[in-house]
Design a protein around this ligand. Structure first.
Ligand code: UDP
Length: 238
């Protein structure tokens, strides 16, 4: 029998790279379908789900700026990349039978809905997944900050950050094999030790609004569903 879910509404943040599979760039269709299947299984538990997806698999503002582009323009390109990823995941969820809407912080009305907070809430109440594209809509921000912002606006019970590894470590566990893994951290631990969870703006916003952050591996199929039920491996930041 399925355990009773711990949360009523959650926001899942994944980076663009989580959609790349084993490719070096862009989207891997099988990986997008797999992530959609993970979202579908949480949605099927009756939990309201919204998503923020990064754009790093296509374009990052900082890398454009490092090649001489104006930072704000490069960031606009990065935000457009997140809309491409959002449309791909929308497509995969729809194919899997999950009702879904993309809302973009940069209005592009022939492609998706504009971000309207109350409408997003209504979609979720009606059982639709909502994907927030174009980050915050502002250059000089990240999709981590966008995730904490939308999580606050949507009054979610938890912000789940799906990463490549199964929690927060004191060093990159891929490079440092004996890196220490944490089960539980405070927002202040993360800020003062500069742990690689989310950027400081995102952590501060989550802290101010009392939203727990759960870091887990999105690379492991099924983990999203386990984590919302309090099982599996994750680090919780409160
Ligand atoms: N971005 C932005 N404002 C935002 C969110 C994102 O300008 O509110 C741009 C920024 O250039 C960033 C890019 O979009 O590099 C892609 O987002 P991010 O790097 O956060 O994606 P991820 O690393 O999670 O794939």
């Amino acid at each position: 029998m399925m355990d009773k879910p711990r949360y009523r509404r959650v926001l899942l943040k994944i980076s663009g790279e989580a959609l790349m599979g084993s490719r070096d760039y862009g989207l891997d269709a099988a990986t997008v379908d797999r992530v959609a299947a993970d979202v579908r299984s949480v949605h099927a538990m009756g939990i309201e789900v919204c998503l923020v997806i990064g754009g790093g698999n296509i374009f990052r503002g900082l890398s454009g700026a490092s090649q001489g582009m104006e930072r704000a323009t490069a960031d606009h390109m990065g935000m457009l990349a997140t809309v491409i990823n959002s449309l791909a995941v929308q497509n995969a969820l729809e194919k899997a039978g999950v009702p879904v809407r993309v809302q973009s912080a940069i209005p592009m009305s022939s492609v998706c809905e504009p971000y309207i907070r109350r409408r997003a809430v209504r979609h979720m109440e009606k059982g639709r997944v909502v994907i927030f594209g174009a980050g915050t809509g502002n250059p000089f921000f990240t999709t981590d900050t966008a995730a904490a912002l939308r999580a606050s606006e949507m009054q979610v019970d938890a912000l789940l950050k799906g990463t490549k590894v199964d929690g927060v470590y004191d060093a990159d566990p891929v490079k440092v094999p004996d890196a220490k893994r944490y089960d539980r951290l405070s927002y202040m631990d993360v800020l003062s030790h500069d742990l690689a969870v989310m950027d400081h703006a995102a952590i501060s916003l989550a802290r101010e609004n009392g939203i727990p952050i759960l870091v887990f591996s999105i690379a492991q199929p099924g983990t999203f569903a386990e984590v919302v039920q309090g099982h599996g491996r994750f680090t919780i930041v409160t």
